[in-house]
Design a protein around this ligand. Structure first.
Ligand code: NAD
Length: 260
């Protein structure tokens, strides 16, 4: 169980990250919420989560596109809550465009936030986990970490990178009570997916309903979105004793996408 553990979830003031933090808190873990903003509502979100589940919950502002801020998130969490047992690298953004016209600044941001941030947070977390003799690293990759789609070059590259980085992390910690795994969700209806529907509608010249069924869920044989609660439940499983020997692998939550 994750009861009494201390978890840091990057990019967790909305969507899947918030869903993961909520499931961890529900199961008794203290949580550090994060995003790049520092608004009263970010801190209130943490207060509410902590009060609701009787755990410690704080919000720490850190921009996952900046290496030093990624590392500072982990060290600040350890300072404020004592240590970091569970690290969930979830922050991620998307941009949809053909390679020839893909904006270079978007490419750089996606690689930085979706891939490089996990390198920085992991580098900062490993010494803390080693000192405690226990740790769990869960990277939120994607079905796009295992397969590709047109117009998502930066995202697919970053997510394949996350899967590779997860394997290396697992090998470097293999003989310790530390595991590293990646969860590969198919489509989950979050603000990130909502935001790409208009672009995809233009790209394919289809209505919203048609884009959802024919494009987004075209490769999700279940024809259903996965939910943030389901992704959170998988994180809790990967942090449980049942998963002690699960390391360096991917857990697909994609309604059959990667079985096709
Ligand atoms: P979302 O947009 O709802 O949430 C993204 C989170 O990351 C937000 O909390 C946002 O504030 C945060 N974030 C963005 N830029 C940041 C930065 N520079 N620094 C710190 N935090 C930052 O998206 P989501 O759908 O919940 O996505 C979460 C993760 O799940 C991403 O890595 C995404 O690639 C992955 N994923 C999502 C889906 C899906 O269908 N929604 C599928 C597969 C994988």
């Amino acid at each position: 169980s994750v009861s009494g553990k201390i978890a840091v979830v990057t990019g967790s003031n909305s969507g899947i990250g918030l869903g993961i933090a909520t499931e961890l808190a529900k199961n008794g873990a203290s949580v550090v919420l994060n995003s790049f903003t520092d608004r009263p509502e970010d801190h209130e979100l943490a207060e509410k989560l902590g009060a609701e589940h009787g755990v410690k919950a704080i919000y720490v502002k850190a921009d996952m596109s900046v290496g030093d801020e990624c590392r500072a998130l982990v060290t600040t969490a350890a300072e404020k809550l004592g240590r970091v047992d569970i690290l969930v690298n979830n922050a991620g953004i998307q941009h949809v465009a053909p390679i020839e016209t893909f904006p270079v600044d978007q490419w750089d941001r996606i690689i930085a936030i979706n891939l490089t941030s996990a390198f920085h947070t992991t580098a900062a977390a490993l010494p803390i986990m080693r000192k405690e003799g226990w740790g769990r690293i869960v990277n939120i990759a994607s079905a796009h970490g295992l397969t590709a789609s047109p117009y998502k070059s930066a995202y697919v590259s970053a997510k394949h990178g996350v899967v590779g980085f997860t394997k290396v992390t697992a090998l470097e910690t293999a003989e310790e009570a530390i595991t590293a795994n990646a969860i590969c969700p198919g489509y989950v209806l979050t603000p990130l997916v909502e935001a790409q529907i208009p672009d995809t509608m233009k790209q394919y010249n289809q209505s919203r309903e048609d884009v959802i069924r024919n494009v987004l869920l075209a490769r999700q044989p279940s024809k259903q979105f996965a939910t943030v609660e389901q992704i959170g439940g998988c994180v809790v499983f990967l942090c449980s004793a049942a998963a002690d020997q699960v390391t360096g692998t991917t857990l697909s939550v994609d309604g059959g996408w990667t079985a096709l």
